[in-house]
Design a protein around this ligand. Structure first.
Ligand code: PAF
Length: 279
């Protein structure tokens, strides 16, 4: 496994590959878990080589504390990637990516960026768009792999490639869960023992909401979820929303031809967790 921190060196390596070599790309912010490794495994099956980036992208954080506290463990990450037979790891510094101008570009994702995470994390999707586009320019992957846990991000990246006519195919991968149902996330390592033990409540609530949505309308289900969290001793609900998977607009009247998904964001102390479920 080769590790590059410089754009020039990774590009030289990628240029030296035999013509027609297919590249699968898995962008990450490190603190890798089984969910990431499942993306690497899928990319490995579908491409000749796999490139993984590890980069905690400063421009997608709206909260400096969250950026500072984002879990980091590069040695463990590299050893996990080696075991997963990853071919190339890209570990640039913010300066390498942004030079002296750590700023996002501004994107129009046809309104996808204005819903849910977009309402609560100002500038987040401009940061994601900026870094994903930059990585696609550097790595020029044939396929790139994104987990459905960040479903809004996935739809936005699909929109980015469509609008900017980027040839990379975006592959969506199902949410990886712990045995007790908690969606795998690098942020889970920041939970206290007590919060971690209680965290399956999030997915349990999503599952109950899914059942309710078969007989109730979206606003009734949302009210029920808000109530469930109202008196929770450890978790604060930031939002719960049932939205159209394509447009991410909140559902008003259910239409049988559309696919819906329930989205949730909660705080466990200062740790913010998100999850979603297909309805
Ligand atoms: O999902 C993530 O980990 C990040 O948003 C990504 C796609 C690596 C961009 O920084």
């Amino acid at each position: 496994m080769l590790v590059f921190a410089k754009i020039k060196s990774i590009q030289e390596k990628l240029k030296s590959l035999k013509n027609g070599t297919t590249i699968g790309f898995v962008p990450t912010m490190g603190a890798l878990h089984e969910g990431h490794l499942s993306l690497v495994e899928k990319a490995k099956k579908e491409n000749d080589i796999v490139v993984v980036s590890i980069f905690v992208n400063p421009t997608q954080f709206d909260n400096i504390e969250d950026l500072i506290n984002y879990p980091k463990n590069i040695d463990k990450d590299l050893s996990l990637l080696k075991s997963a037979h990853c071919d190339i790891v890209f570990t640039p510094t913010p300066e390498e990516i942004y030079a002296n101008n750590i700023q996002s570009q501004s994107f129009d994702f046809d309104g996808l960026e204005l819903q849910m995470e977009g309402k609560f994390r100002e500038g987040h999707f401009n940061g994601v768009g900026t870094i994903v586009e930059r990585f696609f320019e550097i790595v020029k992957p044939h396929k790139a792999y994104f987990g459905e846990k960040d479903f809004q991000q996935l739809q936005i990246v699909k929109k980015l490639v469509e609008k900017h006519k980027i040839s990379t195919k975006i592959i969506s991968c199902p949410i990886h869960r712990e045995k007790d149902g908690l969606a795998m996330s690098s942020r889970n390592t920041r939970l206290t023992k007590e919060q971690r033990a209680a965290a399956p409540f999030i997915y349990e609530t999503l599952n109950k909401a899914k059942i309710q949505f078969t007989t109730k309308n979206a606003s009734e289900v949302s009210k029920w979820v808000e109530n469930e969290f109202k008196n929770h001793p450890l978790f604060t609900l930031e939002y719960f929303e049932i939205a159209d998977e394509e447009t991410l607009l909140p559902v008003e009247t259910k239409v049988s031809t559309k696919n819906y998904r329930a989205f949730i964001a909660i705080f466990a102390g200062k740790v913010r967790l998100i999850d979603n479920i297909s309805l």
